[in-house]
Ligand binder design. Structure first.
Ligand SMILES: *[C@@H]1O[C@H](CO)[C@@H](O)[C@H](O)[C@H]1NC(C)=O
Ligand SMILES: *[C@@H]1O[C@H](CO)[C@@H](O)[C@H](O)[C@H]1NC(C)=O
Ligand SMILES: *[C@@H]1O[C@H](CO)[C@@H](O)[C@H](O)[C@H]1NC(C)=O
Ligand SMILES: *[C@@H]1O[C@H](CO)[C@@H](O)[C@H](O)[C@H]1NC(C)=O
Ligand SMILES: *[C@@H]1O[C@H](CO)[C@@H](O)[C@H](O)[C@H]1NC(C)=O
Length: 399
């Protein structure tokens, strides 16, 4: 795939990142002093923007709400704390209240949900860490009520992310039959056109062993079978369980989704990697379908998040305007990986313009123009209807 000269450049990149000194050796700086952010993957990638959301000391916003046992009451519930009304949250994130009623009615073939499910602002709150009460975290809760399921979902307002490295420190707890997830998502052009979805997932299934997580470039199945190339069932490194706090990272770069846990690469899928601008989403849900399973009545499951950090490019006009890194290069290269202070970038010394240009050239050589649809997806599109599980079609909204 790589030409000889591209290999040469790739080696330059790799050598540069390996030459990185120990964390803490670089100068802490601020985002306003960074032109771009370099990630510490095998092949370096550069991003124009950085965002850090810290839920660890939001004591005055703690409010652990009781579940609401009424379907519509869940959709209509207000945010559980003023934190979710602050610009630092609302400028980036949007708390959801859509439900799956229309989806369940319309097409059994693309969704095998057996439970009505409603996303609720009431299921998203700040709480004290029970083991460590001097810190707080964000919680996304899903609850099995007698006749329905309430869920929690936070979506990025922007649908313009195009390439990113998104990380969260999180854990999942609670009853079996739930899914917690951090993923990218692009609506298919039509609701039932599921093969055109572009989506890369980290999913934790609470029915699975606590050492296993699932990574997928959707769709993961076609009319005849599952598509093994699209998905990986991975054992967490170092004896970790998903009930433990861990740093989950997903890098979406041209042609691949790569996932890390606590800094270890655990999966990389090129097949069906998303191509076009999309959203970033976090959720906790269950719909009684074959993917999530069914939670016992009265039970709850939780995605708990201490912080979210991302470096990214974005096609939205305002983000384009504020992107300092132009194709010509980026003179002040920063890192969020080599820092001694979580959330705060460091300036990487000695990153010359020429190197950045070389890396860009390398990436062009490596990935070409992109935009082609995988053969699997084409085939599916031609063959129409798909059997059984579609865990999440996002574009059904309570209108
Ligand atoms: C992000 O945008 C910058 C500026 O256009 C570009 O140099 C860089 O290669 C982009 N990163 C990725 C991963 O495409
Ligand atoms: C906690 O949330 C409930 C339900 O949304 C709300 O009625 C109450 O005012 C909130 N309490 C605080 C302290 O924000
Ligand atoms: C479905 O995917 C499997 C696994 O990739 C493949 O062998 C099979 O040919 C596909 N079937 C259709 C109808 O696309
Ligand atoms: C992942 O693998 C484990 C171990 O084989 C299994 O128990 C689990 O059901 C698998 N998960 C999925 C979603 O296939
Ligand atoms: C990359 O940085 C992360 C912290 O963001 C760290 O956990 C990981 O070990 C680093 N990986 C390499 C290869 O340096």
């Amino acid at each position: 795939m790589l030409t000889d000269s591209a290999w040469g450049l790739a080696i330059v990149c790799a050598a540069t990142s390996m030459a990185a000194v120990a964390q803490g050796a670089y100068t802490l700086t601020t985002d306003s002093k960074c032109d771009c952010y370099k990630t510490n993957a095998t092949a370096a990638n550069y991003f124009s923007h950085h965002e850090f959301f810290d839920f660890r000391s939001l004591h005055k916003y703690v409010n652990v709400t009781k579940p609401i046992n009424d379907f519509d009451g869940n959709a209509e519930a207000p945010p559980t704390s003023p934190y979710f009304l602050r610009p630092e949250f609302t400028e980036t994130w949007d708390i959801q209240n859509w439900d799956n009623k229309a989806l369940m009615k319309e097409d059994e073939d693309v969704n095998d949900a057996t439970m009505r499910m409603v996303n609720s602002p009431n299921n998203i709150y700040i709480e004290h860490d029970k083991q460590n009460p001097q810190t707080t975290h964000l919680t996304l809760r899903t609850v099995r009520h007698a006749k329905f399921q309430s869920a929690a979902e936070i979506e990025s307002l922007s649908k313009g992310f195009q390439f990113l490295s998104v990380r969260m420190q999180a854990r999942t707890t609670g009853a079996h039959g739930a899914v917690t997830a951090m993923f990218t998502y692009r609506d298919p052009p039509r609701v039932d056109d599921i093969v055109s979805v572009q989506e890369a997932d980290l999913e934790i299934l609470t029915r699975d062993p606590p050492t296993r997580v699932q990574y997928t470039n959707q769709p993961a199945w076609n009319e005849t079978s599952d598509i093994p190339e699209a998905t990986r069932n991975v054992t967490l490194p170092g004896g970790l369980r998903w009930t433990d706090w861990a740093d989950y990272r997903m890098d979406w770069t041209p042609g691949a989704s790569t996932w890390y846990v606590d800094g270890h690469e655990v999966a990389r899928i090129k097949f069906q990697a998303p191509r076009d601008p999309l959203q970033v989403i976090f959720n906790a849900w269950s719909d009684g379908g074959s993917w999530s399973g069914r939670m016992p009545v009265g039970s709850e499951a939780f995605l708990q998040i201490r912080w979210v950090e991302m470096v990214y490019n974005n096609t939205d006009p305002d983000k384009q305007a504020s992107a300092k890194a132009s194709d010509g290069g980026c003179s002040k290269v920063c890192s969020i990986d080599e820092t001694s202070e979580l959330g705060r970038p460091v300036l990487l010394e000695g990153a010359a313009n020429t190197l950045v240009a070389a890396v860009s050239a390398c990436m062009v050589g490596r990935y070409g123009s992109g935009g082609e649809i995988s053969p699997g997806a084409n085939f599916l599109a031609l063959h129409g209807r798909v059997k059984s599980k579609w865990p999440k079609i996002r574009n059904i909204r309570k209108s």
